[in-house]
Design a protein around this ligand. Structure first.
Ligand SMILES: NC(=O)c1ccc[n+]([C@@H]2O[C@H](COP(=O)([O-])OP(=O)(O)OC[C@H]3O[C@@H](n4cnc5c(N)ncnc54)[C@H](O)[C@@H]3O)[C@@H](O)[C@H]2O)c1
Length: 326
């Protein structure tokens, strides 16, 4: 039997705090060579300005084996009333290879992408951070804020989006849900000057001006994952202690890092650590109140696999979903 989980079913059983724990453990497994994760193949569907990614991984310690198909079609919201990101995860039994669960992957993607920022913030943000500046009031922006509010005692968020309507909707939806004050920022600089700054946009050009970042800021850049696109400018990267989800993946896919290297502003050695090294305690995260820390993530299959296994276990426990023979 295959357990089928809709978006609503996944939302019912998946809590951000559990997701952060599962993703943190997965990064520990990756850093101790207990994960198998090939670099993801990508197909560009240029006629429709879409990208399709195939993301498999196996986590040996937790016995989690899965593959996610995820697509990023930036015209979906306007043209088809569909989200930019769509996905489906197939979870397998590692003992037999049998697919045991198929779940909606858009929510898995959003939750695990929030969760990785949550893990990074634990090691890289100042513990006394009270304010967050968020760029991008879309699907990822929502879970980014949820994750930061899970690991830090946040009181206020300034959200900036090129669509004022999206920013206002975001405020109305999340202010009551998270119990924090959310203000719509009228300029990027207003969002940039906070203890935590998150970029979760579809922008292809830098949205941060690194000269204007305050000392002690923690930045998480999750929006771009193509070598020609970036949200963080060269100055932001240059000024930062730079941590990545995976160095090889970021050197292949993160314009935020690849472009400054091409410009000669930094070398590959500017990457201080991979997140898993902080999780395992191999390297310290933030070491003083003044450093600017940047976490750059292009998104790894281990995050999806860890989250999918968590969802499956919780759904079985709660009797959620529909079982089908295929
Ligand atoms: N790193 C990862 O693991 C990961 C995971 C999922 C998605 N993503 C990426 O995150 C990005 C956002 O995804 P989403 O699902 O939230 O998309 P979305 O379309 O729901 O939201 C994106 C928002 O960004 C806003 N925006 C675009 N340009 C902007 C700018 N210059 N300044 C401020 N706001 C701007 C848009 O108006 C929109 O509201 C995408 O590029 C996606 O590919 C990365």
């Amino acid at each position: 039997m295959v357990l089928i989980l809709s978006r609503e079913a996944v939302e019912k059983v998946l809590k951000m705090s559990d997701c952060i724990d599962a993703v943190e453990k997965a990064f520990g497994e990756l850093a101790s060579n207990k994960a198998v994760m090939p670099l993801r193949p990508t197909i560009n569907v240029d006629e429709y300005e879409g990208v399709s990614l195939y993301m498999p991984a196996y986590l040996m310690e937790t016995g989690s084996l899965a593959c996610k198909i995820v697509t990023v079609y930036k015209n979906n919201p306007q043209k088809f009333n569909l989200p930019t990101i769509l996905g489906t995860v197939l979870l397998q039994d590692p003992r037999t290879g049998k697919v045991i669960c198929m779940m909606e992957g858009g929510i898995v993607t959003a939750m695990r992408t929030g969760a990785v920022t949550g893990v990074a913030a634990k090691y890289l943000a100042r513990k006394d951070s009270k304010t967050i500046g968020l760029f991008g009031a879309g699907a990822q922006g929502r879970t980014q804020l949820m994750a930061i509010c899970t690991v830090l005692d946040i009181e206020r968020c300034k959200v900036y989006d090129i669509s004022a309507e999206a920013a206002n909707r975001f405020k109305q939806e999340l202010e009551p849900k998270l119990g924090i004050k959310i203000e719509v920022a009228s300029s990027p600089i207003e969002a940039m000057q906070n203890g935590v700054v998150i970029t979760a946009t579809t922008s292809e050009k830098p949205i941060l001006d690194g000269r204007k970042l305050l000392e002690g800021t923690f930045v998480s850049g999750i929006g771009s994952h193509a070598p020609t696109r970036r949200e963080l400018d060269t100055e932001t990267i240059k000024r930062s202690k730079l941590v990545v989800d995976q160095k090889s993946a970021c050197l292949a896919e993160a314009g935020d890092i690849v472009i400054p290297i091409k410009e000669g502003a930094i070398t590959e050695d500017h990457v201080y650590a991979e997140l898993g090294e902080l999780v395992l305690g191999k390297k310290p995260g933030r070491t003083n109140e003044k450093e600017i820390t940047v976490f750059k993530s292009v998104g790894l299959a281990i995050q999806d696999v860890a989250t999918a296994k968590l969802v499956y276990d919780k759904a079985k426990e709660a009797g959620v979903g529909v079982e089908l023979e295929i």
